[in-house]
Design a protein around this ligand. Structure first.
Ligand SMILES: Nc1nc2c(ncn2[C@@H]2O[C@H](COP(=O)(O)OP(=O)(O)OP(=O)(O)O)[C@@H](O)[C@H]2O)c(=O)[nH]1
Ligand SMILES: [Mg+2]
Length: 467
């Protein structure tokens, strides 16, 4: 990725689903005007999901996800279908591609070489996607190969089948009506591709890209002080993405932006001729910044901003409240008192011991999920700092499991946990995090994230502003 490129996590994720040979890869090539995806008449050409980032006029930065056919067979085929199904979790908008030359069961028709199996599958997938509240556009491909009467028959069959209507398109009514009809296209001649592009623009969910990170927290003329992280996870020579995005948005809003590190915080305050309107801090020095900040200055953290942009801030704060309930306020206060010590290497085992309360449940099982797949660092938040804080709160009653990247337990496996703590997910798109939140809710397990947990553990969650 070049320095000026939109990161993948900030792009609308458009998943293409359909049977093998329906023309999914050809359609991506037609939409992008480039030969990006491998096309062949051998069914099963696309094996693993393939991501293609591009600027799609008039939508903006998108990433197309080309998938293996959902009718794939055999042991390997089933594994490929599983991979395709996993893509649903991160799909903001789905295109279901139907092969117009093998569309719908019509036993008498010569249009039906595939005996209707794929039509049922198409409907199943459309329904599955719609159940997940994902807007679906249905496309009838290979239109160029059909005669006029065949076109009418295929269109009728598709309209008649409930699976062919994209009823959950959330845009304006006219756009909805337009999008609810299957769109005939030819990936080979380009017919219908412009109409498909427009349908995509109409169907993109409004909250797929919560461009505004700051909500109502900052306005024109405000003075914002940013307290940047200084830990070893910061990449050498650059800033991490949430900070870059925050600075950009503050500048777009005509704010004055001043940056400091934690150890320069007091010096930065002294250097200003007035109190800042807003301080955005690295969550790891929350406590110190809260203590020292001017009374009238609003305080929030990068992680809280990201949690709101990349998930559901209210669910996350409820998740923190669930720890409160499990731990009791006495533990919370203990954690707050020892928050400064949380960064030091020594665990106060006396405090941990005294935190054990026979009235509390035996074990508190916590899943810590990290989006990044980087090798854990010495002072890693997910594997060192948060476990240390949990030990302070729950003593040896806490059981912690760490997962990374795409390894996230199924709903039934999630039931094994009392709490999920997710990272800020700067590498994921919002839909991906929302899918995990939905799984957690289905399993009945509270979910929170790093920033909200740290704010809670430091006892100041109720003292920060939420976007
Ligand atoms: N005539 C015609 N042929 C098409 C069209 N779209 C795709 N094809 C052909 O159909 C075959 C399959 O196309 P692909 O794009 O590889 O299909 P796919 O859905 O990606 O297939 P898998 O990767 O195997 O799942 C190729 O031979 C394409 O040239 C179309 O609109 N018209
Ligand atoms: Mg393909």
């Amino acid at each position: 990725m070049g320095l000026n490129d939109t990161p993948r996590a900030n792009r609308i994720h458009i998943g293409l689903f359909g049977c093998r040979n329906a023309g999914k890869s050809s359609l991506i090539n037609a939409l992008t005007g480039q030969n990006l995806a491998i096309v062949s008449d051998t069914p099963g050409t696309t094996a693993d999901p393939v991501f293609k980032s591009m600027e799609l006029h008039p939508v903006g930065p998108v990433v197309f996800i080309d998938t293996a056919g959902f009718d794939d067979e055999g042991e390997l085929g089933q594994l490929r279908v599983k991979k395709t199904a996993e893509i649903i979790d991160r799909t903001d908008l789905a295109i279901v591609v139907i092969d117009g030359t093998a569309p719908d069961p019509q036993p008498e028709s010569d249009l039906n070489p595939s005996s209707g199996i794929s039509a049922d599958l198409n409907q199943q997938w459309v329904r599955q996607l719609q159940d997940r509240k994902i807007p679906v556009i249905t496309v009838i491909n290979k239109w160029d190969r059909l005669t006029e009467p065949q076109r009418d028959a295929v269109m009728q069959a598709c309209n008649a089948s409930a699976g062919c209507s994209a009823s959950n398109i959330s845009s304006a009514n006219a756009a909805s009506a337009r999008a609810s009809r299957p769109i005939p296209v030819s990936a080979v001649t380009g017919e219908g591709i412009e109409a498909l592009r427009q349908a995509i623009a109409d169907a993109v969910p409004e909250d797929a890209m919560r461009e505004r990170i700051l909500g109502d927290l900052a306005g024109s003329g405000d003075l914002a002080l940013l307290v940047m992280p200084q830990d070893i996870q910061a990449p050498k020579g650059r800033l991490i993405l949430p900070q870059v995005q925050t600075i950009r948005e503050l500048l777009d809003r005509r704010c004055t932006v001043v940056s400091t590190t934690a150890d320069g915080f007091s010096r930065a305050l002294d250097a200003l001729s007035r109190d800042p309107d807003l301080i955005i801090t690295d969550s790891q020095c929350f406590g110190m910044v809260y203590e020292k900040k001017p009374a009238g200055t609003k305080l929030t953290s990068f992680s809280i901003l990201l949690a709101a942009a990349k998930g559901d801030i209210h669910v996350f704060t409820e998740g923190a409240a669930a720890i409160e309930a499990a731990a009791g306020s006495a533990f919370r206060n203990k954690a707050a008192a020892s928050s400064a010590a949380a960064d030091s290497a020594t665990v106060d085992s006396a405090a941990a011991d005294s935190a054990a309360d026979p009235a509390e449940p035996e074990l508190f099982r916590v899943l810590i999920a990290e989006a990044c797949t980087h090798v854990p660092l010495n002072e890693d938040i997910g594997t060192v700092k948060i476990p240390r804080l949990l030990n302070k709160i729950f003593g040896d009653r806490v059981r912690i499991t760490n997962v990374r990247g795409n390894d996230f337990p199924s709903v039934s496996e999630l039931k094994e946990y009392d709490l999920i703590i997710h990272c800020g997910a700067c590498m994921f798109n919002r839909q991906h995090v929302m899918s995990r939140i939905a799984s957690a809710r289905e399993a009945g397990v509270p979910i929170t994230n790093y920033g909200i947990f740290l704010a809670w553990a430091n006892g100041i969650l109720d003292k920060v502003v939420l976007p």
